[in-house]
Unconditional design. Structure first.
Length: 128
């Protein structure tokens, strides 16, 4: 006895297979990876327009502040990233912040042109 497959069943299988490929691709539009400061201008960490991906770096990102020139990136928000590479080949690239926390989940590098200046804010009632 020979089985007959209807075109409807074949279409359903084809569409289901196609969706199993498209849905994961569409859902990963914000894949963590390398995120770079895009130009030699000072600005805030939280300003997405200053970063290569159009949003501030997040957990899982490798952050690169390596554009040549002299400028300051101000950490104005607590942040957790996989790694930080700070310093280009000319100028001075500074990452500064006061009262903010930068958590690095992996090995990071501060090159000879990079400067890191993160300051803590004393708690009231504690002697420093």
């Amino acid at each position: 006895m020979e089985r007959s497959y209807s075109s409807r069943w074949v279409s359903v299988v084809f569409v289901a297979g196609l969706l199993s490929i498209i849905i994961p691709l569409a859902g990963n539009h914000a894949i963590a990876g390398k995120v770079s400061w895009v130009s030699a201008v000072s600005g805030n960490w939280s300003d997405g327009t200053k970063w290569s991906e159009g949003v501030k770096p997040s957990s899982g990102d490798d952050v690169l502040i390596t554009v040549d020139g002299t400028y300051t990136v101000t950490l104005d928000d607590n942040a957790t990233v996989t790694s930080l590479t700070l310093g280009g080949t000319t100028g001075t690239q500074t990452l500064t912040g006061s009262g903010r926390t930068l958590t690095l989940d992996g090995p990071s590098t501060i090159g000879s042109y990079g400067r890191l200046s993160i300051r803590t804010v004393p708690l009231p009632g504690l002697a420093c």
